[in-house]
Design a protein around this ligand. Structure first.
Ligand SMILES: [Zn+2]
Ligand SMILES: [Zn+2]
Length: 141
């Protein structure tokens, strides 16, 4: 984990955060459409300090998830559980992406045929991810 900075395309949204080196790539259809050619490359963040939050726009494509973009330039910023703080940020926003690698791919059943898997990355299907989600949601009440 290292403190890193990042920004959206137009610079209205900037942040610093303690960032992990593992990327989780989500190949679900929603992430493909959301990022314009997915996957969503999510990198784990702690102590996220974000400025320009007033330009952020949220979209709920499911009853549990929230997709957040810059309302000015449209950059993908983060996906999070509704009502929760963000735990990841889009890897492409980081000023320094050195040392990052894809360690996990999820919803691999939806990975397009033109995109090869990342070597050495753990693979998880929609059924496996939905089972994890149901377990998480059941523990929420
Ligand atoms: Zn922007
Ligand atoms: Zn996804």
């Amino acid at each position: 984990m290292a403190r890193k900075t990042g920004q959206c395309l137009c610079g209205a949204v900037t942040f610093t955060a303690v960032v992990g080196d593992a990327i989780q790539a989500c190949h679900c259809v929603q992430c493909q459409r959301w990022t314009g050619g997915g996957p969503y490359f999510a990198v784990e963040v702690e102590a996220l300090e974000l400025s320009g939050g007033d330009v952020l726009r949220e979209y709920h494509a499911s009853t549990w998830g929230e997709r957040v973009v810059c309302g000015t330039c449209g950059s993908t910023v983060y996906w999070k559980m509704q009502g929760k703080a963000p735990r990841t940020i889009a890897a492409g926003l980081l000023d320094d992406q050195s040392g990052l690698r894809v360690t996990e791919e999820i919803f691999v059943d939806y990975r397009p045929g033109w995109l090869p898997p990342f070597e050495g990355a753990a693979q998880s299907t929609e059924a496996q991810e939905m089972a994890k989600l149901e377990e998480f949601l059941a523990g929420q009440t």
